[in-house]
Write a protein that binds this ligand. Structure first.
Ligand code: SF4
Length: 250
């Protein structure tokens, strides 16, 4: 599998879930590389924003920012190597994240199968952009889907970011919750329209401010909590930004 590589080592690490329904839960993160989208504000752009591509990113104008070299950011690991790293941590909550982890769901199924054979206590949470259908085998093993459909604020064409079939599947799954990244107060109209069109249960919706610094998040959080109160949506912060800033792999 193609796993994100940070300073030469695989980005598989023990931390706290920083966002959404399981915020604060100690978890092992397996960060897969590659994504089928290229959101302009993506905070894991080292999984897809390769040199010699022309995707735009909000950091493009920042001094010192440059696209990533694929060979420096990807490490190939087989099932046994991934399992062995996971077994080195004392934790049974696993977050499969990316990039977009469902691109590599065949590999992830093997990892989940081997871990479940070792212990039925493993809990598998998948963080997905909601554009790819899980296979029946993957669905049977996954306990929780954190689905984050992208809005216009991602600057991705609608036909790429909104896929009715997988969205319909997730909206019917009792294992799914939906997390929307909100940049602007006006984003709420789009969220309400998606909720209606795709039959998303409002009780499963979490709203989170877009931002990678405490200042940026704090400013948006002030008005986002009021929107959550108005529509009875859950609010979620980005815990890891408040604790670790934008550091990777912790
Ligand atoms: S879907 Fe997620 S990982 Fe992919 S580009 Fe968008 S924010 Fe980044």
């Amino acid at each position: 599998m193609k796993i994100s590589k940070n300073n030469g080592i695989p980005e598989i690490f023990h931390s706290l879930q920083g966002e959404g329904k399981s915020i604060g839960r100690p978890s092992i993160f397996i960060r897969t590389s590659l994504c089928n989208l290229h959101c302009i504000w993506c905070d894991t752009d080292y999984t897809w924003n390769w040199k010699n591509t022309n995707f735009k990113h909000k950091s493009d104008s920042k001094e010192g920012y440059s696209k990533f070299s694929k060979e420096n950011q990807i490490i190939e690991l087989d099932t046994s190597e991934i399992v062995s790293i996971v077994l080195g941590f004392n934790c049974n909550s696993i977050v499969l994240t990316g990039g977009e982890p469902l691109i590599q769901q065949f590999g992830l199924v093997k990892v989940m199968q081997v871990l479940r054979e070792k212990s039925m206590d493993y809990h598998f949470e998948v963080e997905t952009n909601g554009t790819i259908m899980p296979t029946r085998e993957a669905d049977a093993l996954i306990d929780q889907y954190n689905v984050s459909p992208k809005l216009k604020n991602s600057c991705i064409t609608e036909s790429l970011r909104i896929k009715p079939e997988p969205l319909g599947f997730f909206s019917k799954s009792p294992k799914a919750n939906f997390k929307f990244v909100v940049s602007d107060k006006g984003d709420i109209e789009e969220i309400l329209a998606l909720m209606t069109t795709h039959g998303i249960d409002p009780n499963s919706i979490y709203l989170m401010s877009e931002g990678t610094s405490m200042d940026e998040l704090s400013e948006k959080n002030n008005w986002l909590v009021e929107i959550c109160k108005t529509y009875n949506f859950h609010f979620t912060n980005r815990l890891h930004v408040f604790i670790w800033g934008s550091k990777r792999g912790i």
